[in-house]
Ligand binder design. Structure first.
Ligand SMILES: [Mg+2]
Length: 186
């Protein structure tokens, strides 16, 4: 089981950025991405925030103006995900159970089943977002978590596993690890 988890290729994000505001969405468009799946907690806002910031609203508008379709995919419960997604006019999947495939499949269905290559997943966790997204063959971008302190207990468990995976990655593929330029201590 652990070996499956540690299969390196599933933990190779395509890009690492400090925040979602550092992502070049024009570039994503250029390489054929048409759909953007966004993790919510600690990717768009911290766990404590219930509303999007103005900066985030502007970014979402910019992404939509590029004709990229946006969908929020979160492991959090419906009330949180629903009310947040509504404020930025996005479709959403709640209780996604990332990294399992079922939530991603629900998302793809909502988007009329696009080819995985045209989908970019953006999230802050290796264990749920990167691992899940790569298993689906999506293009995956990992960002720093907005605020670690308020993470839930189950996220803390994921972080512990994440650290192990990254330590292993560092040992077995130092070039790739360095290429990630991870500035955040995970
Ligand atoms: Mg998250």
């Amino acid at each position: 089981m652990l070996e499956i988890f540690l299969k390196k290729k599933y933990f190779y994000p395509n890009q690492y950025k400090k925040t979602i505001y550092d992502i070049d969405f024009n570039y994503l468009k250029k390489i054929g991405i048409e759909y953007i799946l966004l993790d919510l907690d600690n990717t768009l806002v911290s766990y404590e925030e219930t509303l999007p910031t103005e900066k985030l609203k502007n970014l979402i508008k910019k992404i939509k103006d590029l004709n990229l379709q946006v969908l929020i995919i979160s492991n959090n419960r419906e009330p949180r995900v629903k009310s947040f997604s509504k404020t930025i006019n996005c479709d959403y999947i709640y209780s996604a159970k990332k990294p399992l495939k079922s939530g991603f499949r629900r998302a793809l269905k909502k988007l009329d089943n696009p080819i995985p290559k045209s989908v970019c997943l953006i999230g802050d966790q290796f264990m749920t977002d990167v691992f899940g997204g790569k298993k689906m063959c999506f293009y995956v971008i990992v960002v720093n978590a907005i605020k670690r302190r308020t993470e839930k207990w189950y996220t803390k468990i994921n972080r512990r596993m994440e650290r192990k995976v990254l330590e292993r990655l560092k040992k077995t593929d130092i070039d790739f690890y360095n290429k990630l330029h991870l500035e955040e201590k995970r």
